[in-house]
Design a binder for this molecule. Sequence first.
Ligand code: FES
Length: 326
Amino acid sequence: MFTINLKNDTHFLCAAEDTILIGAQKENITIDYSCKTGRCQSCKAKVISGTSFANIDEIGLSEEEKSQGYILTCVRSPTSDLVLDIEDLSGYALEQVRTLPSKVDKITAISSDVIELQLRMPPNATFNYLSGQYVNIIKGDFKRSYSIANTSSAANLVFFIKNYKNGRFSNYIFNEAKINDLLRVEGPIGTFFYKKTNKKNIVFLATGTGIAPVKAILEQLDENNFDFLDKTIYLFFGGRNEEDLFWKPDFKNLKINFIAVLSRSNEHSTAEKGYVQDIVVSKKMDLSDTVIYACGSENMIKDSRELLVKNGLSEDAFYSDAFISS
Ligand code: FES
């Protein structure tokens, strides 16, 4: 057993055969994670001291990041005691992952390639989660991860399902699913949820159906609006064309600076042109006083993190949830 020390005076014991993430979970310590396959960077940690071994290639890290001492805790096992520059998130009251039955309650096409799926949970079951977390939706012998697109105060779970050409689950939703079909929901999973901050700017970046967890977090912020009166909140929502921007914030209380961004030029659109991360930089906000929540493709997450850190964002102020193709 090795001792893993974290930033906020927390430590836990981890067996040599466990990854650091699994070791933490066994000890009821929560550290950031999402994909658990070494790709999304959510579990990225800087090693202050100690050694560890990568069980599989950390493809989510660049050579530069590796040489700077960063590791991905979901694929690393300790080979000595370690001191890591990451926080214990156990104060956020995360629910245990469990599997519950659910029924298809509503299927609504919201663009030509996105469907809003609503699942109804059993009436006697409580399924609590933090806004921004995801679940695995299980149909028979296959499962697929989707972020929940609404807060847990609503009766149904809402998801945005994009139609992928060879996607088994999206093919089912687009062509076969019927009201009252039985599906199972495994979760809640991941640590992409709002974390308290002293920073002034709270910036959300989303592309395509990456808007789902961001919408859920914004709904939560709207419900607790008074806690955010001293913050400036931005949402940069990007897509290739207008149809990709299928959702718009419309909150009763929360004030949001909403910036639509299109990567393909469209002379009839009022959206900004380019990539979301470039548009953030063009706004010249003080990135040292900013936290970023980003959800979208692996490339968008990687490029955003790199560019924004280069422009003054603190490394530990970038939270992300990347789409990982299965
Ligand atoms: S890279 Fe570790 S959780 Fe995604």
